[in-house]
Design a protein around this ligand. Structure first.
Ligand code: SAM
Length: 247
């Protein structure tokens, strides 16, 4: 609860100046995220921790037929988002650990610069899995603990008592996602300047049957990945579940 209070207090104070103060960072991270977002023409997309709506704003312009939704716990950040987005973009207040959306509502969930605030990542990933269609995609961009400058900056944030849970190394994030039932397709690590080392992770919601088979075979990372790719192909009509190619 302490972390949540701090987040709300910090972002309430920051909301009006956020776009100006973080202009370079927002531009670079939304650009890098969109470059890795496998969005199709009429997809239903949810941006978790959407803040002032920068990512949704760019997506609305580039993909007018997509159904876009954003969610953030801080009313003032959502107010700023509302100013730049059309009423067609649904905005809701809430936390990643308890998403205010129905099961299987989305084809894609994205989160940009938010994951290091989550203090209960297992709950949040479970919720993301619930609101995603089986076979749907999750794309996360966040600070990457593989870069020393980011680790140092994290310590600095802690010293200042800033709202913050923790940053992850790429392999820690992979493990967390796979344990939550996602199959990791790619983790790109990159720098946007000397200070910020980021990662963008793209993964697929592994269907329940693929997870069950992986468990019965004695849970192995590769098994989940292989079965998920297979499931996605099956959903697209490329193979059947008996394993015979139908093409
Ligand atoms: C650094 S800002 C990023 C905003 C936006 N995604 C961007 O890239 O400009 C982090 C946002 O995450 C939100 N946030 C923090 N903890 C959250 C949580 N547990 N669930 C959902 N959103 C959260 C904050 O309110 C804030 O708006």
């Amino acid at each position: 609860m302490k972390t949540r209070n701090r987040i709300v207090k910090e972002y309430k104070r920051l909301a009006d100046a956020y776009d100006r103060k973080w202009a370079f960072y927002i531009e670079a991270t939304t650009r890098e995220t969109i470059a890795r977002l496998p969005l199709r023409a009429e997809d239903r997309l949810l941006d978790i921790g959407c803040g002032t709506g920068a990512l949704l704003h760019r997506l609305a312009a580039a993909h007018p037929a997509c159904h876009l939704a954003g969610m953030d716990p801080v009313a003032k950040m959502l107010e700023a988002a509302r100013h730049k987005l059309s009423p067609a973009v649904e905005l809701r207040q809430g936390w990643a650990e308890q998403l205010p959306f129905a099961d299987s509502r989305f084809d894609i969930v994205v989160s940009c610069n938010m994951f290091h605030f989550i203090d209960r990542p297992v709950d949040a990933l479970g919720e993301i899995r619930r609101v995603l269609q089986p076979g749907g995609r999750l794309v996360i961009t966040d600070w990457c603990g593989d870069y020393w400058a980011c680790r140092l900056f994290e310590q600095y944030q802690r010293l200042l008592g800033r709202a913050h849970a923790r940053i992850y190394r790429a392999r820690e994030c992979r493990r967390l996602l796979e344990q939550a039932g996602f199959s990791v397709e790619a983790i790109d690590t990159y720098k946007i300047n000397w200070r910020w080392g980021l990662m963008t992770i793209r993964c697929i919601h592994a269907p329940a049957w693929a997870q069950q088979q992986a468990c019965s075979l004695g849970y192995r990372t590769m098994t989940i990945s292989t079965l998920t790719r297979y499931a996605v192909l099956a959903a697209a009509g490329g193979v059947n579940r008996g394993g015979d190619s139908t093409s």
